[in-house]
Ligand binder design. Structure first.
Ligand SMILES: Nc1nc2c(ncn2[C@@H]2O[C@H](COP(=O)(O)OP(=O)(O)OP(=O)(O)O)[C@@H](O)[C@H]2O)c(=O)[nH]1
Ligand SMILES: [Zn+2]
Length: 275
């Protein structure tokens, strides 16, 4: 295992073997950290199962490019994603239905929320059972408000007070897992709100779009980018409304960006070689 041999620092969410020193005083030490299924940097938490990506319908306006990037990030890290469409009290239904339409073919679980009007929390409550969930998304979309609401009403009574006191004593803020009454844990600190494209290649980008998956390998050209090639099954699906135009447009934008980065890298290397 990890830890002693490799000097791995334990994180919230780690599954560990412990040695108990004093059972009644709850004193013990970590013997071994079990292999991690996932590891986030911001917040530093291991074994996250679900990331709940929050967008608001208004104030701030939904940034669907950021949402797509965060979905990518979840896919790359092997973490399930759900999409929370928040602040629905601020707009008419047709406005948030536009977002639903863009993502309904992707298969991601979509939850309509309003912390203000107290909408959607029963659905949200069903989602994170037996799992570790972290909330993430752009600044101002309402992550902290959602978390506070969850923690005020769903939290396990045992340990709540002590962990709150504990928290106050720490000078540097670190994420903690909060155990929910219905099972599962939520990370008490909202996650990343920005995104780096590091580690993703334009050639594999398509594999992170669940709604593209049934068309893989069926295009006329191998390595089809699904952007400008003829006889492309993805583009065909697009015209039939089986893939949303917005998702595809942003996919194409990311594809071109990643390809350009790769080309620049390649040129940079070539130039060095010639000097
Ligand atoms: N109308 C409305 N306002 C909301 C709702 N949820 C949150 N807000 C407001 O939106 C603002 C931002 O909410 P926060 O919970 O601080 O957002 P956040 O995502 O945690 O923001 P950062 O801490 O900057 O990442 C606050 O003024 C909230 O009162 C909602 O459902 N409806
Ligand atoms: Zn194609």
């Amino acid at each position: 295992g990890l830890f002693r041999k490799d000097e791995v620092v334990p994180l919230p969410g780690d599954r560990v073997y412990i040695s108990i020193v004093d059972f009644t005083k709850k004193v013990g030490f970590i013997e071994e950290i079990l292999p991690r299924q996932s590891q986030l940097v911001r917040p530093a938490v291991a074994n996250i199962d679900t990331v709940a990506l929050v967008v608001s319908v208004k104030a701030p306006a939904p940034d669907l490019m950021l949402l797509d990037k965060l979905l990518l990030s979840a896919e790359v890290n092997g973490i399930d994603a759900i999409i929370c469409i928040n602040k629905i009290d601020l707009v008419e239904a047709e406005e948030y239905n536009r977002i639903i339409d863009e993502y309904k073919e992707s298969g991601y679980n979509l939850i309509l929320l309003s912390s203000k009007a107290n909408v959607g929390f029963n659905t949200l409550k069903k989602a994170p059972k037996d799992r570790i969930t972290v909330f993430a998304g752009q600044s101002g979309v309402g992550k902290s408000t959602i978390l506070n609401k969850i923690m005020d009403s769903w939290i396990m009574e045992t340990g709540e007070v002590s962990s709150r006191i504990e928290r106050g004593k720490h000078t540097t803020r670190h994420a903690e897992l909060v155990e929910l009454k219905d099972g599962g844990y939520v990370v008490d600190t909202p996650g990343f709100s920005s995104f780096e494209l590091a580690g993703i290649s334009h050639t594999t980008l398509e594999t992170y779009y669940p709604e593209f998956s049934s068309y893989f390998g069926r295009c006329r050209f191998t390595g089809c980018s699904h952007i400008s090639e003829p006889d492309c099954c993805v583009k065909q699906a697009l015209t039939e409304g089986l893939i949303s135009a917005g998702r595809h447009k942003r996919y194409a934008e990311l594809y071109n960006l990643l390809k350009m980065q790769k080309d620049n890298e390649y040129r940079g290397k070539n130039r060095k070689g010639k000097d």
